[in-house]
Write a protein that binds this ligand. Structure first.
Ligand code: NAG
Ligand code: NAG
Length: 187
């Protein structure tokens, strides 16, 4: 009699235990989670990402090629690195083409160095992501962001170039996407 009562209690407690062990996993993310439209919309809504449309636009390719979340972080960082290198080339060309305004030329040259450092920081983030040290990725990405913000501030100081600094925002937004996606893997 007593035995069957204990058995019944175990069986009534079991579903609760199952729920308790599943719940924490369903509220966090794992590098092996398949990327879906739903997951992207969820991730792209997280700070420091500030433009869901841009974020989904830049990342939805991951669904097409069936990446998991770990692969998605790698893809975002690689895109960020490629954009940074394109921007680096653009800044080099601008510096070389600017011959009549030494102050402007100097600012472009500073931005060339900034982009070199920012790309190096993103390459560091890539090393961290590949070794699944996701907590270190946002640190490296925010370092890259800070460096390019300083280039942007220098360009903004040149009043006649006010609108130009907007061109850095693609790189900055990509840094934030890399940080945001890595953050969910550590929380
Ligand atoms: C968000 O990104 C989209 C796509 O790049 C762009 O068209 C839109 O202007 C951006 N919105 C804001 C508020 O920056
Ligand atoms: C950086 O690259 C992006 C992506 O190609 C481009 O849209 C942006 O204008 C570039 N910015 C600069 C400052 O070269």
């Amino acid at each position: 009699m007593a035995f069957s009562c204990v058995t019944r209690n175990v069986f009534s407690v079991l579903p609760l235990l199952v729920i308790l062990t599943i719940t924490p996993q369903s509220s966090s993310f794992s590098p092996s989670d398949k990327v879906t439209t739903e997951l992207l919309n969820q991730l792209c809504a997280k700070p420091p990402i500030d433009n869901i449309t841009f974020c989904v636009w830049q990342t939805s390719y991951a669904i097409t090629v069936a990446l998991d979340l770990g692969g998605l972080v790698d893809m975002v960082l690689e895109k960020t690195r490629v954009f940074g290198n394109m921007n680096l080339s653009a800044m080099k060309e601008l510096a070389a083409a600017t011959t009549t305004d030494p102050y402007l030329k100097n600012t472009y040259e500073i931005c060339v160095i900034d982009y070199e450092l920012a790309v190096t920081a993103i390459e560091g983030a890539q090393v961290f992501a590949r070794s699944k040290s996701y907590a270190l990725v946002p640190q490296a990405a925010s370092k890259a962001l800070d460096i390019i913000s300083s280039c942007e501030a220098d360009l903004k100081d040149l009043k006649n170039l006010g609108a130009y600094s907007i061109r850095n925002s693609v790189f900055e937004k990509m840094c934030n996407i890399g940080s945001g996606f890595s953050n969910v893997l550590t929380s």
